[in-house]
Design a binder for this molecule. Sequence first.
Ligand code: AGP
Length: 606
Amino acid sequence: MCGIVGYAGTEEACDILIESLKRLEYRGYDSAGIAIWNQGTIRTERKKGKVDELKKAVSDGTFQGSLGLAHTRWATHGTPSERNAHPHRAGDVVVVHNGIIENYLELKKELKKEGHEFLSDTDTEVIPHLIVHHMNKGEAFLDAVSASLKELKGSYALGIIREKERILVAAKKESPLIIGVGNGEYYLASDAPAIIKKTNRFIFLEDNDIAILKDNSLELTNTDGEKIERKIHQVQWSDAMAEKGGYKHFMLKEIFEQPRAISETLLGRAREEEGEIEFEEINLPDVQKINKIWMVACGTSYHACIIGKHIFEANLRIPVETDIASEFRYRDPIISKKDLLIVVSQSGETADTIAAMKEAKRKGAYVLSICNVLGSTLAREADSVIFTHAGPEIGVASTKAFTTQISVIFILMLYLGKRLGVLNSEDIKKHILELKKIPRKMQAILEMAPSVEEAARKYMHRKNFLYLGRGIHFPTVLEGALKLKEISYIHAEAYAAGEMKHGPIALIDEDMPVVFVAPVDQTYKKTCGNMEEVISRRGKIILFTDREDPEMQQRADSCFILPDTIYELQPILNVVPLQLLAYYIANLLGTDVDQPRNLAKSVTVE
Ligand code: AGP
């Protein structure tokens, strides 16, 4: 997820673009670039690192012109560097892009045959070359843009300018892009925070919309060049609110971003038609020879590992051992050269997980990392990496990284299953179909937020919470309890429900809220027994399940019926109301939700 801004007006564009870009830095901050049009010439500048580096490079006042584009990057294809930073150019066409072009390799191959030379490892660079390709065939610029858009597969928010004429073209498909309407000037932005200081009149572009800013006027068309109308929205947002896209906290925003983050993580990988999973980045050794899988991480990422054990063992019948990285690195684990170690991390910089990776590599295991940050240590030093495409996660309490990690683990299982011959294309088609329903089901759960907030208001003053679940729901409740602890500072313990009567049941009385994650599956009846044991000790049950059970619902103090899905994907759905419960309790208690005390977003020390 990157940040794009553009300006077409009468003012000097450079400072406007830099200031607006800075406000989008939470979307990505590994490199940045700018392009300014001035009397038939486009000057560009790109820098590795944060927007301030770029600002220094263009602060000599020579970047003049009242039309331009700028970009701050969150690398998905091509490591963070000046060469891979945007804008990208071909001929006199200059482009900035947010999104993922799935078929860029095929396009690049064809364009290279025509003599196009590529200077970066990005997917984006095919776009200006494709536009030039169409112009070389005699098409007018705007026709060449439309034709190129039709050839692109994937997601894009684009800003396009060219030297030969003073024009700014914007196009959108699946990635967010808005036009800010000023007085005789127009702004382009990935979202409102960038330009809220300039205008609060926005046009929210829709998929396949094209905006043409020329001679300080705006024209909207679709990809067939037909004129279209879009409403101008007046938005009443404060500055602080804008940065969070209207949400009070980054954590809440990131919880609500999960449906999109999962869709983006599947993009270009889960090929339903062919019943195939494709990972560009990985080159695993012969999977037939994998003797054992290890899954190692810290915190929330470790909970994803435990879920991975359930998913892999149930479907691949390969033994999986999970471990907390800070334990793994010192316990001299018995690892063979035939073992696959999977390290999971949002930041890719967690010291204990890096050390665990090095320990396993020292013992000859093959290391695959699942990570959210390109260019991070775990991404660079593992033998292979698969990226979650959650985008930058600013809130210290991890949310969307967790659900995208589980999505990657699930499609990795399908990928390995096919190569081990335990899953065929029909099986995979069926699973991909179910997975692709998750974003919509998650959206339905997010619409239950007000009733979760009500429950939060009811239990916010309790001093202790117990979280219980069986099987794959045990790591889900571990994650729920961790979220509550991290941001509300309330003591919360999670247990496998069957373990309750071996100790924690002693904690239960009328003041103890007990959160149960209990979808109606093979262990539901057993969990109902545990709920009875809690009720008979006057504990307050907060039940999250996936089917009506009037008997239990009536006995529970609060009950939420969530959309159902297959067993392996249940955690992705069931964790969402637990994230919301923790968020609302912390928000009601007034803690610093995004930067809770004593915590850091990336623990780079032991
Ligand atoms: C989770 O909300 C916490 N921020 C923390 O437990 C985190 O999951 C842990 O530090 C691991 O971080 P990583 O995923 O970046 O490696």
